[in-house]
Design a protein around this ligand. Structure first.
Ligand code: PLP
Length: 437
């Protein structure tokens, strides 16, 4: 598949064009744990990584391989690793570089689950995360020291919806020898972080890529654009002999296969040892999702833009949070620089506060009240009492969650029906408060 084609085309056509044995065009679900070796030499070569191919589905499977190739082509990377969830993707992306005593510098603007991983679980394993405000990209430089192994951020952070300065922070990282890992979950296709200097991209496929709310999955994509040997001392996991693989030095061992040391190590060491693999069935579901992702993203973006404008004019709404409607000119510049379209997420605050927010959510008829985003259906949630409830009030505020904040993931229904549902729920929320008062 030629790399000069557009991402929309490559994500459909990258990977095997059809199944070799039968000619099946749709990628088959290879629901098998193991793959028979042709002979002893073949088996030995596969285990020694002299030849790449499926051995055992915890480490690789042809259905997940097809998904990995398509996602990698879509993002403009060189190789990918599918895992069991978006959370696993974030955790593995970092664990692949860190040992106890190391640190990561992360944006404060994060999904609540990632915040917990960084604030509590990674530190309990000896890896500290230094949170910095992405309003000032230089904050990443100031927080960096000799044990900093990566920078981490979300392109379109949910729920703050302030587009991350990818190019600025990636450039600082490249100067200091620190790779930028971008979580691109909320903006597949409308942002390609590798085009702006990111080194690794992760996704929760559970969201827009799957698109239908059926499956949990994640992926890590290696941009193949970061020289892990230029600052060898920063990356001992890739540059020092690995006792778990006969002393292999990953940057040396996989050179003949291309610039894929990072992603190969994640697969053959972390997936091998910790086992957070994706099932072939889920990989099939995500491939199905990819086939309509371009169409769906267009609808999500245009419906969300109309919803944001409508809410902005609504008398019950005090504030709309949407990348295309920021008062801060720098925020608008970042959104226009890094994204083609502003995504499908809209946040807002009701004039009458948190109680009205809860009434609004309970009055919705078309919107589902769920914790997910990126489904074809419209979804709504009150983050302070749900997705972000495990965070302290201060941490909630730092990640953009006020008590009255409502987050919408605008679906692909007809826009008139979406707006009618919002209007009737806003009316109920307003009336309910008035009666209670
Ligand atoms: N990253 C972002 C931006 C998310 O919104 C989520 C889930 O909401 C995740 C990661 C975690 O993904 P998963 O639920 O697939 O583990």
């Amino acid at each position: 598949m030629t790399k000069t084609m557009h991402p929309e085309t490559m994500m459909l056509h990258a990977g095997p064009r059809c199944e070799a044995g039968t000619g099946a065009v749709a990628v088959p679900i290879f629901q098998t744990s193991s793959f028979q070796f042709r002979n002893s030499e073949h088996a030995a070569n596969l285990f020694a990584l002299k030849e790449l191919g499926p051995i055992y589905s915890r480490i690789g499977n042809p259905t997940t391989d097809a998904l990995e190739q398509k996602m990698s082509a879509m993002e403009g990377g060189v190789a990918a690793l599918a895992v069991s969830s978006g959370q696993a993707a974030s955790a593995v992306a970092i664990q692949n570089l860190c040992r106890p005593g190391d640190n990561v510098v992360s944006s404060t603007d994060l999904y609540g689950g990632t915040w917990n991983l960084f604030a509590n679980t990674l530190p309990s394993m000896g890896v500290t995360v230094r949170f910095v405000d992405p309003a000032d990209p230089e904050a990443f430089r100031r927080a960096t020291d000799a044990r900093t192994r990566a920078y981490y951020a979300e392109t379109l952070p949910n729920p703050k919806l302030m587009v991350f300065p990818i190019g600025e922070v990636a450039a600082i990282g490249r100067e200091l020898g620190v790779p930028l890992i971008m979580d691109n979950t909320a903006s597949p296709l409308i942002c390609r972080p590798f085009d702006h200097g990111a080194a690794v991209v992760v996704h929760s496929l559970t969201k827009y890529v799957g698109g239908h709310g059926t499956s949990i999955g994640g992926i890590i994509i290696d941009g193949g654009n970061f020289d892990w040997t230029a600052h060898k001392e920063r990356f001992p996991t890739l540059n020092e002999p690995d006792p778990s693989y006969h002393g292999a030095v990953w940057t040396e061992a996989v050179k003949p296969l291309g610039p894929i040391a990072y992603i190969i190590r994640a697969r053959v060491v972390l997936l091998r040892d910790m086992g957070m693999c994706m099932s072939p069935f889920n990989a099939f579901q995500f491939i199905q999702g990819l086939e309509t992702l371009a169409l769906r993203m267009r609808e999500h973006c245009s419906n969300a833009a109309e919803v944001a404008l409508h809410l902005q004019r609504h008398p019950e709404v005090s504030r709309v949070i949407y990348p295309g409607l920021h008062e801060d000119k720098e925020q608008i510049r970042r959104a226009q620089t890094y994204m083609k379209g502003f995504g499908g997420l809209v946040g807002f605050e009701l004039k009458r506060g948190g109680e009205a927010g809860a009434r609004f959510i309970d009055a919705l008829k078309l919107f589902y009240h769920v914790a997910n985003i990126g489904d074809v259906r419209s979804l709504a949630i009150h983050p302070a009492s749900t997705t972000h409830s495990q965070l302290s009030p201060d941490d909630q505020l730092a990640s953009g969650v006020t008590p009255g904040y409502v987050r919408l993931s605008v679906g692909i229904e007809h826009i008139d029906d979406i707006i009618a549902d919002l209007d009737q729920a806003l009316a109920v929320a307003a009336g309910g408060i008035a009666k209670a008062a």
